[in-house]
Design a protein around this ligand. Structure first.
Ligand code: DC
Length: 217
């Protein structure tokens, strides 16, 4: 297993951009673990699996009809051999992902696949909600990224061309779901470096995170 850095935080806190750029600078692999939950949610929507059917959802976690592939620029998701990475970026898939992520059976079933991303000699930057607390509790360095809710809503609304007010409401609901669930709720790992990115640009955030990581590896 290579070295691991985890970056957790709420929706649209900049985790993906920061972790992708950090991985590029370090020459490491990068995974957005949300892709596993979004991929599962997308597959469930396509196959009309009921959101309450935990058994069917758990079985679907291992169905080769969908898969996740790590690439330096994106964590890609395939469904029936088609690249659906753009489709899973929608907020409604994010919300569905947040809902399926509540089930302990689903989380457990997706854990090995996420941990397997660190196999091999290359280092890994892993981003999500519980990467530092549950997926990689022994990671060399853990970061928890935040930003004001207004800033996060504006950022994602801009990216997806949607209304800022609607986005703020959707994110608030998703963050509430993610932080109050019983299993592996979104939480600041005890030994994490916490950083608020509201007043910083991407490079400034990555500079700070990289400087911290370098003190740990
Ligand atoms: O990071 P994201 O927006 O792509 O994640 C989508 C949802 O997946 C998120 O709202 C909750 C769930 N998730 C999770 O429970 N644990 C993770 N490590 C990553 C995502």
């Amino acid at each position: 297993m290579g070295l691991v850095v985890t970056i957790d935080g709420p929706a649209a806190s900049g985790k993906s951009s920061v972790s992708r750029e950090l991985a590029r600078r370090l020459g490491w692999k990068w995974v957005s673990t949300g892709a596993f939950y979004r991929g599962l949610a997308y597959a469930a929507i396509q196959l009309k699996v009921n959101l309450d059917d935990v058994k069917a959802l758990s079985e679907l976690t291992h169905n080769p009809i969908w898969s996740v592939r790590l690439e330096p620029d994106r964590t890609r998701v395939y469904f029936q051999n088609e690249d659906v990475t753009d489709a899973i970026a929608h907020e409604d898939v994010g919300n569905f992902a947040s809902k399926v992520s509540h089930y302990p059976e689903v989380r457990k079933a997706l854990l090995d696949a996420q941990r397997n991303c660190s196999k091999g000699e290359d280092g890994l930057v892993a981003e999500g909600r519980d990467c530092g607390t549950v997926v990689f509790p022994t990671a060399e360095a853990k970061v928890y990224l935040t930003a004001s809710s207004a800033h996060r809503a504006a950022r994602r609304a801009n990216e997806l061309g949607l209304d800022e007010g609607d986005m703020a409401k959707a994110q608030k609901q998703r963050d509430h779901q993610d932080s109050t669930r019983k299993v592996a709720p979104m939480a600041v790992p005890a030994d994490a470096f916490e950083l608020d990115s509201t007043e910083l640009d991407l490079n400034q955030v990555v500079d700070k995170v990289e400087a911290y990581v370098k003190t740990r590896i």
